[in-house]
Each structure stands twice: as structure tokens, then as C-alpha cells.
Ligand binder design. Structure first.
Ligand code: DX5
Ligand code: ZN
Length: 218
């Protein structure tokens, strides 16, 4: 495997000490920023102003994951706030092409997130335009859930689709990822690993990041 990127999810950070938490993940490659609206998912997190603050407090690119029902309305706010890479949920829009174009117009990288029940084939007509695909490996909404084993097969199907199209978008996995299953997902095609509880749930965050990266490279 050529490369594995680690994206710690601030969902599992200590919100009262967010600046210190961000300083602790300097060895990572992205900061994963989970936006939840209490409607698309049964949980509520951060808005654009918090994204702007996170962007200002760390040097890592911000990987914004929008688990919201109205990405058509809200996407511009997250782009203006400084998101470098934006994933919107396939299930939340009838206009995926338009949203991808909007993200690119803002100079950001565009990604589509698929819920566990959404088949990879839905990306057939848009895969050529994507910088990344986010494969949800749990049902979105909460940190600390278990990896859904059916995700591994889905990753292989996605890699096949990319090969058929001759494209190589980043493939991100999100949910229940740790050093224990990092090799399984990277062998199946993932190269950006989100980790919430596996990083922020332990004391030594640099060690946790290194352990996941090392496991993913084997
Ligand atoms: C889940 C979020 C994830 C979450 C992952 O809905 O999209 O990004 O933070 O947390 P862990 O790694 O603990 O499963
Ligand atoms: Zn996420």
C-alpha cells in the first residue's frame, strides 16, 4: 500500500478544550469535522462558525462531513467557513452534480458520503467528478459504534467501479475504525481512515494515530 491518511474526528474530542485537542493531532493528515443537524441523523453537532474556529486553530486541512438534510442550502456556509474537503450525503440531495460543481467552484475538493444501505452503483454517473468517496462503515449519528462487516465488500465494489472508470478518488472510511481493522479496510481499498474514539478516547493521541497508520500500511 502506497499511502494511508488519518483523519481524527473532533466529534469525540473534549469540546471544552478543543484548541488543546487539535494541538494533540498535529501528526494526522486531516481534521474530520462531523456536521449533524438533528434531522438527517438523530444528533446535533457544530455549525459553520465552529468550523471557522477549528480551521483557524489548526494547520490540517478540514475534512467536513455534512450529515444534514439540506446540503443544497447549507453547503456554501461551510465552504465560506474554510472547509478544504467536503462530503455531503448522497441520500440528502436530488442534485449531487450541482453540489459537486459548487464545491469545485469554491476551490475545495468534493466528496459524496454513502450510508451503509446505499449501494456503490449510485455513483456510476458521477464517480469521474469526485475527489473522494466516503463510505460510512456505521449508521451515521454517533461516535463509538462498531464497524459494520458488510462494509469491506462494499469497499471492494467501489474500488472496482473506480478501476472501470480509470479514476482514483480518495476512499475514506468512517465509523468504528481502529488499529484492529485498519488493515482490513485498506486492503479493500480505503486510504483515508477517520477515527474518533480510537484517537480521542485514549491519552496518547500521537501514539494512537501512529498505530492506526502502521496497521493500515500492513
Ligand atoms: C459518525 C461520524 C463519525 C464518528 C466516528 O456518524 O460520522 O465521523 O466521529 O467515530 P468513531 O471512530 O468513534 O466510530
Ligand atoms: Zn464523519
Amino acid at each position: 500500500l502506497e499511502d494511508v491518511k488519518i483523519a481524527p474526528s473532533v466529534l469525540s474530542a473534549d469540546f471544552m478544550h478543543l484548541a488543546d485537542e487539535l494541538a494533540d493531532i498535529r501528526d494526522a493528515d486531516y481534521v474530520h469535522f462531523d456536521v449533524m443537524d438533528g434531522h438527517f441523523v438523530p444528533n446535533l453537532t457544530f455549525g459553520p462558525d465552529v468550523l471557522r474556529a477549528v480551521k483557524g486553530a489548526c494547520e490540517l486541512p478540514v475534512d467536513a462531513h455534512l450529515m444534514i438534510s439540506n446540503p443544497d442550502e447549507m453547503l456554501p456556509s461551510y465552504l465560506d467557513a474554510g472547509a478544504d474537503l467536503v462530503s455531503f450525503q448522497y441520500e440528502a440531495t436530488a442534485h449531487a452534480n450541482r453540489l459537486v460543481a459548487l464545491i469545485h467552484d469554491h476551490g475545495a475538493r468534493a466528496s459524496i458520503a454513502l450510508n451503509p444501505a446505499t449501494p456503490v452503483g449510485m455513483l456510476e454517473s458521477i464517480i469521474d467528478e469526485l475527489d473522494m468517496v466516503l463510505v460510512m462503515t456505521v449508521n451515521p449519528g454517533f461516535g463509538g459504534q462498531s464497524y459494520l462487516p458488510s462494509s469491506t465488500k462494499k469497499l471492494r465494489q467501489l474500488r472496482r467501479l473506480c478501476d472501470e472508470h480509470g479514476v482514483r478518488p480518495l476512499i475514506e472510511v468512517d465509523g468504528g475504525i481502529s488499529a484492529r481493522n485498519a488493515a482490513e479496510v485498506t486492503c479493500a481499498g480505503a486510504n483515508v481512515l477517520v477515527a474518533g474514539s480510537a484517537v480521542f478516547g485514549v491519552q496518547d493521541r500521537p501514539a494512537a494515530i501512529a498505530a492506526i497508520r502502521k496497521a493500515g500500511l500492513t
